[in-house]
Design a protein around this ligand. Structure first.
Ligand code: GLN
Length: 444
């Protein structure tokens, strides 16, 4: 029964070696029992799911892994949660993330990091590392993450699972606690392409509360079994540069050759502005973050410090509540948006963003999908990069261009290097999830 399934997952989570969860839904078993009594024909009846902790869940703590939201319990569900619950899914609990989704390793989580199940001395990737660790350790069959600059794909690559960053506008962001609105999408994570596509069938579609969301016209899970014979693949030369671990490179080439064996053809393409994508991304993401995070002032949510007046209270709350990385980004973002620097940094970054998008438009007018490594390397050791933010930002080099352009992208396991999983990234045209899902499906 759904209740037994739920209880067995909750027991597994209790014995976790990877600490992916930050909260358990205390009503999960009760909800599963309701499904058992009369709702078994729903599309996801009794399917357990874990939710990244920046997605609002009615009655379940939602903290963005930040001290500033300690004790915050949302009075409403995000759109995706409404859809999942209506489809019969059972929310197991909330998963750890980099604080406010700012990071690539889940080490800035205020409750301590999640660990990589393949080697618990390594990071699970991030920022949706808790969701990936939970899926990869069998503590949930599927999970939701969010991807602003790679946050579902990076942990999928490091933990050996599948994750999709949908085309911007496909999934409503209503109830997703914003980091950088113009870049992010909620995305499904699972052990196989079919599960990810099935979750997409439930969560994608127009929601009047997110004016950037569009009407959906495809059934994702039906698209995956079409073959790849005759498909044209582009290999962006910038994604297989010298900075990539040679063993990762080899796994990616093996994948390309497998596609060739199945009747696809490939050619080298260029995305010439890739070298500027990271700088543009970080300026835009930090600028949007500095504005979005202004709402955490001790008045409305979570932590509230003592203070003789509002100014003292708000500044103490923010000083105590935000971690170092979040503060760094608020400061840099505020600077990039300030009078006198706005043209030089923020507007320039927006112009570069257009050039990056045009690179994708050009390349994808000649080929059906692009393929390359999701991450330049395998999962790194805990503590290895956290003291050097720039080295951490650099790991996002192949994932952030996708968010600047708004195109869809999936990471799927394609082999091992040094006994750690390697992720293959497949990028498609706007709203052509069908092509990347069916390409990904050939690797299962
Ligand atoms: N690592 C990137 C950042 O820190 C991406 C994070 C994300 O996608 N949320 O901004």
């Amino acid at each position: 029964s759904a209740e037994e399934v739920t209880l067995s997952y909750i027991e597994k989570i209790g014995n976790s070696r990877t600490y992916g969860f930050s909260a358990i839904n205390e009503r999960a078993a009760e909800h599963a029992k309701e499904i058992d009594s009369g709702k078994t024909d729903l599309p996801l009846a009794g399917v357990p799911i874990a939710i990244k902790d920046n997605i609002s869940t009615l009655g379940i703590p939602t903290t963005c892994s930040s001290k500033i939201l300690e004790g915050y319990i949302p009075p409403y569900n995000a759109h995706v949660i409404e859809r999942l619950v209506d489809a019969g899914a059972v929310i197991l609990g909330k998963t750890k993330m980099d604080e406010f989704a700012m990071g690539s390793s889940t080490e800035t989580c205020c409750g301590g990091p999640a660990l990589n199940p393949w080697d618990t001395e390594r990071v699970p990737g991030g920022s949706s590392g808790g969701s990936a660790a939970a899926v990869a350790s069998g503590e949930t069959p599927v999970a939701l993450g969010s991807d602003t600059g790679g946050s579902v794909r990076s942990p999928a690559s490091f933990c050996g699972i599948v994750a999709l960053k949908p085309t911007y506008g496909t999934v409503s962001r209503y109830g997703l606690i914003a980091y950088a609105n113009s870049l992010e999408q909620i995305g499904p994570m699972g052990t196989c392409v079919k599960d990810v596509a099935t979750v997409m069938d439930v969560i994608a579609g127009h929601d009047p509360r997110d004016s950037t969301s569009i009407k959906r016209d495809i059934e994702y899970s039906k698209t995956i079994e079409n073959d790849v014979n005759g498909m044209k693949i582009g290999i962006p030369e910038e994604y297989l540069s010298d900075g990539i671990n040679p063993q990762v490179n080899k796994c990616v080439w093996d994948a390309i050759h497998k596609m060739e064996d199945l009747g696809a053809t490939w050619k080298s393409v260029s995305l010439p502005h890739t070298k500027y994508a990271l700088s543009s991304y970080y300026i835009i993401a930090m600028s949007e973050a500095s504005s979005n995070l202004a709402r955490f002032d001790g008045t409305r949510y979570g932590l509230r410090a003592e203070g003789e007046n509002w100014h003292v209270m708000a500044s103490r709350t923010r000083a105590e509540g935000f971690g170092d990385e979040v503060k760094r980004r608020i400061l840099l973002g505020t600077y990039a948006l300030s009078a006198g620097y706005h043209d030089k940094y923020y507007l320039k970054a927006l112009k570069v963003r257009t050039l990056v998008k045009e690179d994708f438009d050009r390349a994808l007018s000649e080929v059906d999908v692009l393929m390359g490594p999701t991450m330049p390397d395998i999962a790194f050791k805990l503590g290895e990069k956290i003291q050097d933010p720039l080295s951490l930002y650099l790991t996002d080099v192949n994932t952030v261009p996708v968010n600047l352009a708004g195109v869809p992208s999936i990471s799927v396991p394609c082999g091992f290097a040094n006994k750690m999983p390697v992720g293959l990234q497949i990028i498609g045209r706007h709203f052509d999830e069908a092509s990347i899902l069916r390409t990904a499906y050939t690797f299962e």
